[in-house]
Ligand binder design. Sequence first.
Ligand code: TRP
Length: 333
Amino acid sequence: MKNILTGITPSGTPHIGNYIGAIKPAIEKSKSNSQDNYFYFLSDYHALVKCQDARLVEKYSLEIAATWLALGLDTSKAFFYRQSRIEETTQLSWILTCLAPKGLLNRAHAYKALVDENIQANKDKDKNISMGLFSYPILMAADILLFDTNLVPVGKDQIQHVEIARDLANYFNKTYEDILVLPEVDLACDDVLSGLDGRKMSKSYQNTIELFASEKELRKKIMKIATNSLAPGKAKDYNTCTLFKIYKEFATSGEIEEIKKAYEDGIAWGEMKNILFEKINKTLSGAREKYKYFIENKHEVENILEAGEEKTRKLAKEKLDTIKYALGLRSFC
Ligand code: TRP
């Protein structure tokens, strides 16, 4: 039995890249008959590092929670919660802060990249860098270590953070007692989806297709996907085609073979865009309705999360008590 945990930062509206890369595989896994425990949470404290607009933090948190529910996360099995509602996390984060060598965090990519940018631009090296950004990996380590996590399904950009969590667990175990589990990365979901312009679909490139865009909006976005200018009737290369790359994530293997043939036979881009639209629309229309329902009935989302948080908090409290005891933060009697 393994504990599998991943956090989703509510810093944007979920898009198709998030769905294919992370949400869909995570939900499928949690529905399988395995005995593993799944922890899926909104890392809303991490969101504060990037987003200081209270209304947006609230909006994105609701949208992401509604997305997971609309897509069928089984919350009776999985632990589904908001990071900010499990206070043990920030307590553990402080404990780990006291153990963390500053040099280790100086080397964290996200922080280092910003420092290097400042230096390049002849600015103060700490310009626009908050302590939250610097300590980000420690909070993430606390998320992970609090629940004896074995596996962390994340993308490549997060590998270093999981390694930092491992290092901190090691320091802890050597300094105090051997009670923290060393987590490992599960890179299974690292398939990157192409966006409208052919680059990786990402909020930061503004090339995303919102997961639950209206039918009209979805069609509009798909029509905007960049292709080359090969005329209808001319054979086309599916391997380098964004339309195909997205299509294959939604289609069955039989459908994929059919489309490959159509490319070889010179399918027109307009036709391919229509096929892609129909496919995505059909796959997501049921969940889109549910999503709308949850956004309009947010008290239900709140209730589900609160129930999840109550269940999660019990585990968190137990673990933190053990940790505090090991640190010498214990009753005198
Ligand atoms: N940093 C992760 C991201 O932005 C989110 C995250 C926070 C996370 N805590 C985590 C992921 C713990 C895995 C485990 O994608």
